[in-house]
Ligand binder design. Structure first.
Ligand code: GLY
Length: 306
């Protein structure tokens, strides 16, 4: 039995304004500690990443669950996935509405349906069939988000790329969330959840629920969660790339750096990754001005940074 357990979480990679940085740090640290606590009590890495991501889905500081960006028709549509590294099982959900915790729906799809991924109305129908509580768009929406949506609608020059690369003085923003954990039984799990990008077209799906793009977990190598501009991330399958590089001998840190360099070089992409291998070694990289991140390592030491 591997007695080491650790967790790393992120709260999005983008241009996080100074006055929002503390909220991001607090939310990330709370999520990492919650996940670690579960494993401390003997819980699995799957429980740890689910509880960590749920905590950030509840926190309107982040673009996931409550606090999600609105799409062009003022609706909330969310994407999420969760994966475990023993059997490579995963569950994912895309463009789903009216759910407080898409990561939990993704897990239920993985564990109780014959499928890996459900989208839109079908995902909601499945959630109702397993008696998952549903909420209205109004319950997922914050005033701040509605005000932002109105300003975006009035801004003829609005370009979503600018929220990732930095645009001083522009609209306040928020980011995708994710977590990767290694438990004492040697299981690696990863999860990612997002409200997508502001003003996206209805039905738009980003990288987060796509296996190998938004997350990947393989006990033989590492677990990874990604964040950033989905339209660029999806093209390079970054989570799987980090895992493959770790399998080929790179450290999680070097593999993360190499993947973000490749994202930039190959598709001029913007984003970040977090990674954790089967020994509890962590890595992260991003090419946006900031990435909110927190971890608790194999020695129980908590770290948070932006
Ligand atoms: N990375 C989140 C998204 O683009 O939807």
């Amino acid at each position: 039995m591997n007695m080491s357990y650790a967790i790393i979480v992120h709260g999005g990679a983008w241009d996080i304004p100074l006055d929002e940085q503390e909220g991001h740090k607090v939310g990330c640290l709370k999520a990492a500690r919650l996940g670690y606590h579960f494993m401390d009590e003997g819980g699995s890495a799957l429980n740890a990443v689910e509880v960590a991501v749920r905590s950030m889905e509840e926190d309107p500081v982040f673009d996931a669950g409550r606090g999600s960006f609105l799409n062009s028709e003022a609706d909330v549509e969310m994407d999420a996935m969760i994966m475990e590294g023993k059997n490579l099982d995963f569950g994912s959900v895309a463009a789903v509405q009216s759910i407080s915790h898409p990561v939990t729906l993704a897990r239920r799809i993985m564990e109780t349906s014959p499928h890996c991924m459900l989208v839109g109305e079908g995902a909601l129908k499945f959630a109702r069939s397993i008696c998952m509580e549903t909420v209205t768009t109004a319950e997922l929406l914050t005033n701040k988000e509605f005000e932002r949506w109105k300003r975006i609608k009035a801004d003829r020059d609005y370009q979503v790329r600018r929220i990732f690369e930095g645009d001083p003085g522009k609209l306040e923003k928020r980011g995708t969330v994710g977590a990767v954990a290694l438990d004492r039984y040697g299981l690696i799990a990863a999860a990612t959840s997002t409200g997508g990008t502001p003003n996206k077209l209805p039905g738009r799906v980003g990288d987060s629920p796509i296996v190998g793009c938004g997350a990947y977990a393989d006990n033989d190598s590492a677990g990874v969660s990604t964040t950033g501009l989905g339209e660029s991330l999806m093209k390079v399958i970054p989570a799987r790339r980090v895992c493959d590089s770790v399998k080929n001998g790179m450290t999680p840190l070097d593999a993360s750096i190499e993947t973000i360099q490749y994202l930039k070089r190959r598709v001029n992409g913007l984003g970040g990754v977090i990674a954790l291998d089967h020994k509890g070694h962590m890595g992260y990289a991003f090419n946006t001005p900031h990435m909110a991140c927190a971890s608790v390592d194999v020695n129980g030491k908590a770290t948070v940074f932006i």
